[in-house]
Design a protein around this ligand. Structure first.
Ligand SMILES: [Mg+2]
Length: 349
């Protein structure tokens, strides 16, 4: 495939996630009725601008740390690629958590990454409790040694860069394993990390294959998850909810009613299901997808972020409406990481 098409999709996925996150952030804790009361019966459809920018939330903050850490992990690799990446991801997330509780400049972490100079990443944007608690505890959460039993969506909403940095031909099992371990640093429940594997595999296929439909990428990703976690107790539950999302996307039902049937998105499987629904229904329409993804009574910024990651990986950056990007907070930093991720084409087996 043409490298520039792939690069455009990598940019689309990373920046698309930030677009969905920033659109949903102002209504994260609103009911649907609250949203209608504030923005009219069509809901929130464009950014709320605060201090001149469309603010990103913790979802994009952590995604930026994922991008920074995975690039470092690939560079440091001296044998075990999973170990190298997960170690860097752990350090990166710990740095983010430290920045959430400390003032600029960061002093408590040895050799912090350059992200310690970015003041916006110190801002408290409603970080998830499971993430902060697990990271500040000093414990080493992993799939083998769960740090808690959380299945909040904080694990899945941050892992897209793991799917974006590997080249075509990389074994999806490798990508899924790294993404699942990345999520398990803070989320010990199976559904908290298997969903992360599914998202990373899906965006990897979407950016690298010629013309993959979203529903096929998701189905393939779920079958990789089944291979990776053959003894998973909750795989069937996840598969059933995602199948429901795929069916609803083709049904004659309003976006809001369909999303209500899938849940609120606070937990990972619901967040992924809502994103899958929106991404299939609006697979060539970034604006339609993220607007659908944030107008509900649940975790609007995370469902917006995951939807943006998926649809952006399909449509690419050049097909994104300019008005959704131009006021985006940290857009220049996001572009730097989009470029680095698109240039990093590590091929792993
Ligand atoms: Mg958030």
């Amino acid at each position: 495939m043409d490298i520039s098409i792939r690069a455009d999709r990598v940019w689309g996925s990373l920046i698309g996630g930030a677009v969905g996150d920033s659109l949903g952030y102002p209504v994260e804790f609103d009911t649907l009725e609250d949203i209608y009361a504030k923005f009219g019966r069509k809901g929130i459809r464009s950014h709320v601008i605060i201090n001149g920018v469309a603010q990103i939330s913790d979802d994009t903050q952590m995604t930026i740390f994922t991008a920074d850490a995975i690039l470092q992990g690939l560079k440091n690799n001296s044998g075990d690629i999973v170990e190298s990446c997960v170690e860097c991801l752990r350090r990166g997330y710990q740095q983010w958590a430290a920045m959430q509780v400390e003032d600029y400049p960061l002093t408590s972490i040895d050799n912090p990454s350059l992200l310690s100079h970015v003041r916006e990443l110190y801002e408290n944007r409603e970080p998830g409790r499971a993430c902060i608690t697990a990271l500040l505890s000093g414990e080493k959460g992993s799939i083998k040694t769960p740090v808690n039993m959380s299945k909040g969506c904080g694990g899945v909403m941050r892992v897209a860069p793991i799917g974006l940095c590997f080249s075509a031909g990389t074994a999806p099992q490798l990508i899924g394993r790294i993404a699942a371990e990345a999520a398990a640093i803070t989320h010990g429940h199976e559904l908290g990390y298997i969903t992360a594997a599914a998202l990373a595999c899906a965006v990897h296929e979407l950016v690298n294959e010629e013309d993959t439909r979203v529903c096929d990428a998701i189905r393939h990703a779920l079958s990789v998850c089944k291979e990776l976690f053959p003894n998973g107790q909750h795989i069937e539950e996840l598969t059933a909810l995602i199948s429901k999302a795929i069916e609803l996307a083709q049904d004659d039902i309003s976006d809001a009613e369909a999303i209500m049937q899938l849940g609120e998105g606070w937990v990972a499987e619901e967040a992924l299901a809502i994103a899958v629904f929106c991404a299939i229904r609006y697979e060539n329409d970034m604006e339609g997808a993220v607007v659908a993804a944030v107008n509900h009574g649940g975790d609007s910024d995370s469902t917006g972020a995951i939807t943006g990651n998926i649809v952006g990986a399909r449509v690419g950056y050049n097909h994104m409406p300019l008005h959704l990007i131009k006021k985006l907070e940290l857009i220049e930093l996001l572009k730097v990481y989009a470029q680095k991720l698109s240039e990093q084409r590590y091929r792993g087996v």
